[in-house]
Design a protein around this ligand. Structure first.
Ligand SMILES: [Zn+2]
Length: 378
């Protein structure tokens, strides 16, 4: 194991070497990976047009055993409400969502430490990502999804050869079903496993490199569990410790107002989870009732001097349409970033002269039926 990476339980403080397939502490608490060494720009392999150009900064022992060319996604500039905005097209990953960054690194870690059949629960995108990479790795895979998950995502999981278990009820009920199966196969959970965040941190490296080794002022990210917020925090922290950057971007977690765990905690000034009443939202990918790392995400947002933006349901469709007119076809979850941009610009929280990134997390083809209804083509 390179870098002597260790896990630390966020609840009881027990540490474990990161050389075994575990996803939580014996006490039930979640694990966080020790700070990594990061990298300097001379470490980047510019010949590799994928996230593996940053391999020396990852807590993996060797080169990837499985890759579908994930990462190095386009960063395109468009005008939004009169302001220049860089849109990061994570929607153009191999399986159509940002999840591939975390999945690729997590699965390669699991292959290094040894793992057999795996299972996972997901609102759809992580499930299709894990199922696809499991297929590429030759691992048997079972995915628990909400019975209401968009059809395209379920089809994508099935096409990869994974077993699909559709669970009626809430998103939480899906998680409970997956937790109950932990004795049968390894729970390769994108929400629990620390190496998923080790993968999403490459988003920070990539934005920094694509901006000519500059740090943006603001980054807006549609947020359910917060793996991109935690990955960005981790990546920029590493670059700061290596002396590659002098300041940090403000991170804004974008949520659907109808189901906004972080917004509830943020409004209450709380450092941890605050109970709230979740309602249905078209932004199914971020309809998270109980995030695993609430404290860590809130802390990362505060540390960055950013915040949380809650987007009213009625603003998601118009944002999706406006993005479509710019050539950016995204699923409703990703369109919340556009609605949040409008809010932050109008409030004067972000300014036209600043460098602002909106992360578009999932492709429109993931949710064509739902988008049809939103734009009156149902
Ligand atoms: Zn513990």
């Amino acid at each position: 194991m390179t870098h002597n990476a260790t896990y630390e339980c966020a609840v009881c403080g027990t540490t474990y070497p990161a050389d075994r397939p575990i996803w939580r502490c014996t006490c039930g608490g979640h694990l966080n990976l020790s700070p990594g060494p990061g990298l300097v720009r001379a470490d980047i392999n510019g010949a590799d047009a994928s996230l593996w150009r940053y391999r020396t900064g990852l807590a993996l022992a060797g080169p990837p055993k499985v890759s579908l060319g994930e990462g190095w996604t386009p960063l395109v500039m468009r005008e939004w409400d009169g302001a220049p905005v860089h849109f990061k097209l994570e929607s153009q990953m191999p399986t159509g969502s940002f999840k591939d960054r975390g999945t690729a690194v997590m699965l390669n870690h699991l292959l290094e430490v040894g793992v057999g059949p795996i299972h996972e629960d997901s609102s759809g995108n992580a499930g299709s990502s894990i199922a696809t990479y499991a297929a590429a790795a030759g691992l048997p895979c079972r995915i628990y999804v909400p019975a209401t998950a968009p059809r395209a995502k379920i089809v994508q999981i099935a096409a990869a050869g994974a077993e699909v278990r559709a669970i009626p009820g809430s998103r939480q009920a899906v998680t409970e079903a997956a937790l109950a199966a932990t004795g049968e196969s390894f729970y390769a959970s994108h929400n629990w496993h620390p190496f998923f965040i080790e993968g999403t941190k490459t988003l920070a490296y990539e934005l920094w490199e694509q901006l000519g080794f500059q740090v943006p002022d603001n980054i807006l990210v549609p947020t359910g569990y917060g793996s991109n917020i935690l990955g960005l925090d981790r990546g920029f922290d590493e670059l700061a410790r290596r002396g590659e950057i002098a300041h940090r971007p403000r991170l804004f977690a974008v949520q659907a107002e109808n189901c906004a765990a972080f917004a509830a905690a943020w409004a209450a000034g709380a450092a941890d989870y605050v109970a709230f009443a979740p309602q249905a939202t078209v932004a199914d990918g971020i309809a998270t009732v109980k995030p695993v790392r609430t404290t860590e995400v809130l802390s990362a947002l505060r540390h960055s001097q950013g915040g949380v933006v809650a987007v009213p349901e009625a603003e998601i469709g118009p944002a999706l349409t406006a993005l479509g007119r710019l050539g950016l076809f995204v699923e409703p979850t990703a369109a919340t970033a556009g609605a949040a941009l409008t809010q932050l610009l109008r409030a004067g929280t972000i300014h036209r002269g600043e460098t602002t990134i909106a992360v578009l997390t999932g492709h429109g083809l993931k949710a064509a039926d739902k988008i049809g209804e939103l734009i009156g083509r149902g």
